[in-house]
Design a protein around this ligand. Structure first.
Ligand code: NDP
Length: 432
């Protein structure tokens, strides 16, 4: 903490991983001898840069850009870009740190990174978004490459932003380097299923957790926080598997629709018209609660899919008391440490983000494969691979938790599997 002052989220993410590693360090003393922990906690490189741009009134605006290449032991840096006013170095570092282990869990050759900006895209016009993305990429392009660093989307960055970023990269570098960004539109090199992948993958992970307990998703009442990319496709897959999603949210409030969320309406509002969920009730008989806590609504399965620390200990206790049997983290670190302790203590199926939401980055790695082979795969092909990857991640976490004496504890399983893969590669490379 002395070395990285004021980076609360980064400290939280590191502490969570380190608390799980005792048994693995005891088994492999070479990790301590070679200072693997100290090395893994220090990013390989960090870039902070000025992003000047002009708004529609001609006023000059200055944002701050970030890209942290955390670890490239297993492959080129890989991780999304977040555009949100809350972004600062501590957020990017927590996300980049998590990404190392998540990417290792996929079993695919990708290192860990994250980036973004404190730019607030809310209420900005298309041309403002374009000018911002162009300015952001004008600096960042010197540090990217399909074998070096491959960004993707995250909060505030979807296919539209990736399009503007890719266009500027192509223009400056004079290269049609498809594999330099993922989350591209399928019309020009993107993988079908990438848009759906994080949400679908989270639900597949929850399905596997429930299966291992002789249960299933069918018929479950679910609540999903957020109403962005991850939340929408988690809702879609839950509904396909026969669950009923009764609530979703955004940073202003909650939609509670006991008959089940109308996904066509939600997509129309969020993806087509880029509006707020408060408009949902103008079209359908449901309630909108401004500023409420979604976890107060009784459910069987809860999927936090909005942002970090959105589910605290009090909410975790409420969920457990109301009979919730499974929690799958679509978002990164959405549950506070006290919340995590509550879930694990209560023995419910708890899928930590770095395992449960790894389907997004896994499908990004498939997009890189597709680009490298200059091919275009079908939706069914890529979804089948995503499903297999999520089953494998579940199996690896499940078995490793058992191996290290904590059966059913996916937090321990995920952290050990991810850490061990990265540590082995780092040892092989010597002191670098
Ligand atoms: P989007 O920008 O598409 O959606 C984010 C959603 O979360 C919105 O509904 C937003 O509401 C809400 N939200 C964001 N910040 C806050 C906040 N501070 N308080 C309350 N609500 C908030 O992002 P994604 O769906 O892509 O990302 C959601 C989460 O999933 C993030 O934690 C991200 O890191 C994680 N994730 C995303 C992946 C991806 O493939 N996209 C991959 C793996 C993880 P509002 O509109 O009001 O801001």
């Amino acid at each position: 903490e002395r070395r990285n002052p004021g980076e609360a989220e980064f400290h939280q993410a590191v502490r969570e991983v380190l608390e799980c590693l005792g048994p693995v360090l005891a088994k492999y003393p070479e990790y301590a001898d070679q200072k693997i922990i100290e090395r893994i906690c220090e990013p390989e490189r960090q870039l902070i840069f000025r992003v000047p741009w002009q708004d529609d009134r001609g006023v000059v605006q200055i944002a701050r850009g970030f890209r942290v290449g955390f670890n490239s032991a297993l492959g080129p840096y890989k991780g999304g870009l977040r555009f949100h006013p809350s972004v600062y170095l501590g957020i990017i570092k927590f996300l980049g740190f998590e990404q190392i282990f998540k990417n290792a869990l996929t079993g695919l050759p990708i290192g860990g990174a994250k980036g973004g900006s404190d730019f607030d895209p809310k209420g900005r016009s298309d041309s403002e978004i374009m000018r911002f993305c162009q300015s952001f990429m004008t600096t960042l392009c010197h540090y990217l490459g399909e074998y070096t660093d491959v960004p993707a989307g995250d909060i505030g960055v979807g296919a539209r932003e990736i399009g503007y970023l890719f266009g500027q990269y192509k223009r400056i570098t004079n290269r049609y380097e498809s594999g330099v960004l993922t989350g591209k539109s399928p019309e020009w090199g993107g993988a079908l299923v990438r848009r759906e992948a994080t949400g679908y993958g989270t639900v597949y992970f929850v399905e596997e957790m429930l299966k291992s307990r002789g249960d299933s998703i069918e018929g479950k009442r679910c609540t999903v926080s957020g109403s962005g990319n991850v939340a929408i496709y988690a809702i879609e897959k839950l509904q396909q598997l026969g669950a009923k999603v009764i609530a979703c949210s955004d940073s202003n409030g909650i939609i509670h629709d006991p008959r089940g969320i109308d996904l066509t309406l939600l997509k129309q509002l969020k993806e087509v018209e880029r509006r707020r969920i408060s408009d949902y009730t103008a079209h359908r008989d449901a309630s909108y609660v401004q500023g409420g806590v979604i976890w107060d609504i009784p459910c069987d399965v809860a999927l936090p899919c909005a942002t970090q620390n959105e589910l605290d200990e009090t909410s975790a206790k409420t969920l457990v008391r109301n009979g919730c049997v499974a929690v799958g983290e679509g978002a990164n670190m959405p549950t506070t440490p006290g919340g995590v302790r509550t879930f694990i203590g209560a023995g419910i199926a708890y899928g930590p983000g770095k395992a449960a939401n790894a389907g997004g980055v896994a499908t990004s790695a498939l997009e890189m494969q597709q680009n490298a082979s200059r091919d275009a795969w079908t939706f069914e092909h890529t979804e089948r691979r995503l499903h297999e990857i999520m089953k494998n991640i579940h199996q690896d976490c499940f078995e490793t938790a058992k191996e290290f004496g904590s059966p059913g504890n996916y937090l321990i399983g995920a952290n050990i599997v991810g850490f061990r893969r990265v540590a082995q590669a780092m040892l092989a490379f010597g002191i670098i």
